[in-house]
Design a protein around this ligand. Structure first.
Ligand code: AMP
Length: 339
C-alpha cells in the first residue's frame, strides 16, 4: 500500500499577481501561461496579491472588482482549484503577521538598497509610504510561509528574492532550520510584448494610453480596433527586424497566439499589406482568447462560486502558513496562539 512517506513530495512554487491594473496579453504570455504549465508539475500556491497593491493609490471599487477578475481568470486560463491553491493574499492574515516579524529581522540599510524602492519613490514622490519600503519583507513572507522551493520571477524581482533568501538564511542560522531557502526560477516565458502604440515600451497594466494595451477583458471589437490602429512603419514588408519594432511586435504576438514560428508567420504574410496583416493578428488574439473569455464571463457572473474557491484556497493556504507561523513564533519566544 502506498505510504505517504514513499510518495515523492512535489516541489512547492509560490507566485502572486498584483491587482493594480487589468490583466493584459503581456501578463498572459509573461506569467499566467507559465503558471498553468508549472501547475502540472509542482505544488503551486497562487495568490492575488491585494496587500501588495496597497502601496499605490487604488480606487477601492476597482481593487475589489479586479480581485474577483483575477480569480476568475486564474480558473479560465486552465488552473484547477483542486490541484493548485488559489487564494487572495489578505484572506490569509499570516502574510501580514510574518511580514511584521521579518521586518524585525531585516536591516534598514538592506531595505533601503532595493532598486525598486528607489525607482518607485522617484516616480511617485508624493506617495513614498512605509508599505512601499517594506514591500520586499511582505514578499519574503509570501514565499517563506509556504516553504516554497521555487519562485518564478522576472529580472525586476531578482533583488527582492535575494533579500528573501538572506532573511531566511539569517533566521535559520540564528535559531535552527525553519525556512526553506527559495530559489528563483527564470521560466522560459513567452516573448516580451510591447505597446501597440509605442513598440519600444513594454505593454503594461497601467499604461497611460489604454489603446496600446490589449486587456484580457477587452471584447473582440475592442481587440480588433486596437490592432487596426497599431503603429507600424513607412515600409511595406512584414519582417522581424530591430529597425521595425512595431511589425516585429505584431509578428511576436501573431506567432504566440497563432501557434506558428516567426519565420512561418513572415512567410504567410509575404506580399500582404499592413492593414490586412494587422487584422489577421487581431483575429488570432480574439480566437485564442474566445474560450477563456467565455469561461471568464460565466465565472464572473457567479460570485458565490468564486467566493467558494477563495474560501477553500484561503483555508488550504492557511493550514500551511500557520504551521510556519507556529514554528517561527515558538523559536523567537512568542507564545503561539491556541488555534
Ligand atoms: P506586472 O503586470 O508588471 O505586475 O507583471 C506581472 C507579470 O507579468 C510579470 O511576471 C511580468 O514579467 C509579466 N508581464 C507584464 N507585462 C508583460 C509584457 N508586456 N510582456 C511580457 N510579460 C509581461
Amino acid at each position: 500500500m502506498a505510504n505517504e512517506s514513499n510518495i515523492e513530495k512535489k516541489k512547492v512554487v509560490f507566485s502572486a499577481l498584483k491587482p493594480t491594473g487589468d490583466l493584459t496579453i503581456g501578463n498572459y504570455i509573461g506569467a499566467l501561461k507559465n503558471m498553468v504549465e508549472m501547475s502540472k508539475e509542482y505544488d503551486c500556491y497562487y495568490a492575488v496579491a491585494d496587500l501588495h497593491s496597497l502601496t499605490v493609490d487604488n480606487v477601492p471599487a476597482d481593487l475589489r472588482k479586479r480581485t474577483y477578475d483575477f480569480m476568475a481568470f486564474f480558473i479560465a486560463i486552465g488552473l484547477d482549484p483542486e490541484k493548485s491553491t488559489l487564494f487572495v493574499q489578505s484572506h490569509v492574515p499570516a502574510h501580514s503577521e510574518l511580514a511584521w516579524t521579518l521586518n524585525c529581522y531585516t536591516q534598514y540599510g538592506e531595505a533601503k538598497r532595493m532598486t525598486q524602492f528607489k525607482d518607485k519613490s522617484q516616480k511617485a514622490p508624493e506617495n513614498v509610504n512605509v508599505g512601499l519600503f517594506a514591500y520586499p519583507t511582505l514578499m519574503a513572507a509570501d514565499i517563506l510561509l509556504y516553504q516554497a522551493d521555487l519562485v518564478p520571477i522576472g529580472k525586476d524581482q531578482k533583488q527582492h528574492l535575494e533579500l528573501a533568501r538572506t532573511i531566511a538564511e539569517r533566521f535559520n542560522n540564528k535559531y535552527s532550520p525553519t525556512f526553506v531557502v527559495p530559489d528563483g526560477m527564470f521560466p522560459k516565458t513567452g516573448a516580451k510584448i510591447y505597446s501597440l502604440l509605442d513598440p519600444t515600451a513594454k505593454m503594461g497594466k497601467t499604461d497611460d494610453n489604454a489603446n496600446g494595451t490589449v486587456f484580457l477583458l477587452d471584447d473582440p471589437d475592442t481587440v480588433m480596433r486596437k490592432f487596426k490602429r497599431a503603429v507600424t512603419d513607412s515600409d511595406t514588408v512584414v519582417k522581424f527586424s530591430a529597425d521595425k519594432p512595431g511589425i516585429s511586435n505584431l509578428l511576436t504576438i501573431y506567432s504566440t497566439f497563432g501557434g506558428v514560428s516567426i519565420a512561418e508567420a513572415e512567410k504567410q504574410f509575404e506580399g500582404v499589406d499592413y492593414a490586412t496583416f494587422k487584422t489577421r493578428v487581431g483575429e488570432a488574439v480574439v480566437e485564442y482568447f474566445r474560450p477563456i473569455r467565455k469561461t471568464y464571463s460565466e465565472l464572473i457572473a457567479d460570485k458565490g462560486y468564486l467566493e467558494s474557491i477563495m474560501k477553500a484556497g484561503a483555508e488550504k493556504a492557511s493550514r500551511t502558513a500557520y504551521k510556519t507561523i507556529a514554528k517561527v513564533y515558538r523559536k523567537i519566544g512568542l507564545v503561539p496562539p491556541v488555534r
